[in-house]
Design a protein around this ligand. Structure first.
Ligand code: GDP
Ligand code: CA
Length: 313
């Protein structure tokens, strides 16, 4: 199985993938994680989505806050602010900074991003193989009426309040999929699109040259809706969808990914019970609708969603 995932939503879903696979006694899954959110800050490489998935699989994530390490402190961050270094609105926890320093050191020694992620995967038994989408540095920029900025500035500093006109990944056309990504997709019985942000989490992964075609050629592709009752569960995917002209509605997101039979990606779309009335519209697109409970309230609930996705044939 291959899962394409962003950060927090992708992490919750990946926990369900691991649990569902262990229930089935089935082997290995690979999660291909968005790296379009990555940034350099105070001299260290920060990979928000990689770390969200890593910490969640390791059981080290702060479930209350929704990001970062459980029990983290901010002593170094306070010093950085006192020096007027970095971004005052972007907190780097002390334990989290340990990860960033380790990563940056390995990058400086010449390891690729894939090799760094493999090293980060050694400390805790993750049960799932993590791959970055690419070894290249690819940013996500948000174009607004007030100028162009890094995605993290738009999201964390401006709280997504500046209306986005476009999302861009400069240089992505020259990026290559990380080693193993295309092979994993080609060898998978099923590729799952996590209920992650379709624009800034799944979008960049599919935009890495070769990935979309590989997914289109995969054995089976099932997407899971991150939109329930016309709203996102958390985050700013609604604002992102509006910017690319897609309504925040389950059938509209399914249409955005498209039916494989019509040049798109999806064989099936797992949609929320609350949206059951939209199932005929999804079927009319040539995508098999699968209606399920989509609130990832705990690992068991996420695993049930994965089971529903696997039940689609
Ligand atoms: P980020 O990179 O941290 O922003 O996280 P992702 O892109 O991986 O996930 C964000 C998406 O996950 C949002 O669009 C949410 O609507 C979706 N999401 C979060 N929690 C849930 C949930 O419990 N159920 C479903 N179906 N989607 C969820
Ligand atoms: Ca993200």
């Amino acid at each position: 199985m291959v899962v394409l995932a962003g950060g927090v939503g992708g992490a919750k879903f990946t926990l369900g993938v691991r649990a569902a696979l262990s229930r089935l006694g089935a082997p290995e899954a690979t999660v291909v994680v968005n790296t379009g959110d990555d940034l350099w800050l105070s001299g260290v490489r920060v990979q928000p989505d990689i770390d969200s998935v890593l910490y969640a699989l390791a059981g080290q994530n702060d479930t209350g806050r929704g990001w970062g390490r459980a029990g983290d402190t901010e002593r170094v961050n306070a010093e950085l602010q006192a020096w007027d270094a970095g971004w005052p609105w972007f907190t780097l926890g002390d334990l989290d900074l340990g990860t960033h320093l380790a990563r940056t050191g390995w990058l400086r020694e010449g390891l690729t991003v894939t090799q760094v992620v493999a090293r980060l995967s050694r400390r805790w038994p993750l049960g799932v193989r993590m791959l970055p989408m690419t070894d290249s540095e690819v940013d996500t920029h948000v174009v607004t009426a007030d100028g162009r900025m890094h995605f993290q500035e738009w999201w964390t500093r401006h709280r997504a309040k500046l209306t986005p006109l476009a999302f861009e990944n400069p240089g992505i056309a020259r990026a290559a999929p990380a080693p193993g990504v295309l092979e994993a997709i080609a060898g998978a019985d099923v590729v799952l699109l996590a209920p992650s942000n379709p624009v800034v989490s799944i979008g960049p992964i599919l935009a890495v040259p070769g990935v979309r075609d590989a997914v289109r050629a995969a054995t089976r592709v099932v997407g899971v809706a991150g939109v329930i009752s016309g709203a996102v569960v958390r985050g700013m995917a609604d604002v992102c969808l509006t910017a690319i002209g897609v309504q925040t509605r389950s059938d509209a997101v399914a249409a955005h990914y498209g039916a494989r039979s019509a040049g798109g990606l999806l064989d099936a779309w797992v949609m929320a019970e609350e949206d059951a009335d939209l199932a005929p519209a999804v079927a009319a697109l040539g995508i098999r609708p699968v209606v399920a409970a989509l609130w990832m309230t705990d690992v068991a609930a996420s695993a049930d969603i994965v089971d529903a996705a696997l039940s689609a044939d």
